[in-house]
Design a protein around this ligand. Structure first.
Ligand code: CMX
Length: 135
């Protein structure tokens, strides 16, 4: 069972170029950046009230984020929902025959444990499940 939206992921060409909009124009609290090497991305988190925005920048040409921007341009990349027990959530989805990108939890930003559902199984919305503080 999903809880709240953990964050909205937005693909950008440059974190530095996007930073002033989120921090200064929209007035969000900038939490800093982190490289998630396995995902070939660098991310920046912003807090907006009780919600989080994650900006994603590719760190290589074969990054999923680079491919996304090449195809669609910059924009909303994924929605992440928080769950209490990611392994149980993955097992439940598999039990319902849902196509997954990750059948095992893997490391996301901020020491979270994450798994992506395939956008073909979710009406074109790349969907992430996220368990805080697991990895
Ligand atoms: N939203 C919606 N659809 C997407 C998408 C996205 N963000 N990314 C890819 N797709 C679509 C593609 O348009 C493509 O559709 P068509 O077949 O109709 O052309 C299809 O999914 C397959 O995409 P692809 O790039 O051709 O195939 P890949 O398997 O190489 O990659 C995907 C697709 C979704 C598996 C890959 O983008 C992925 O693994 N994403 C999850 C990992 C990720 O994005 N990590 C960054 C975030 C890290 C974090 O939050 O910590």
């Amino acid at each position: 069972k999903t809880k709240k939206i953990s964050h909205v992921g937005i693909a950008v060409k440059s974190l530095e170029a996007a930073l002033p909009l989120y921090r200064d124009v929209l007035g969000m609290e900038f939490e800093g950046t982190e490289e998630v090497a396995e995902q070939k991305v660098r991310v920046a988190f912003f807090i907006s009230g009780e919600s989080r925005i994650e900006l994603l920048e590719a760190t290589s040409d074969d990054s999923p984020v680079a491919k996304f921007i090449e195809k669609n341009g910059e924009g909303v990349h994924h929605l992440a929902y928080e769950v209490d027990d990611l392994s149980a959530a993955i097992a439940a989805l598999q039990g319902q025959g849902v196509r997954l990108i990750d059948t095992e939890p893997r490391r996301g930003a901020h020491g979270t444990s994450i798994a992506f559902l395939h956008p073909k199984a979710t009406g074109g919305v790349l969907t992430e499940l996220c368990q805080p503080g697991k990895h």
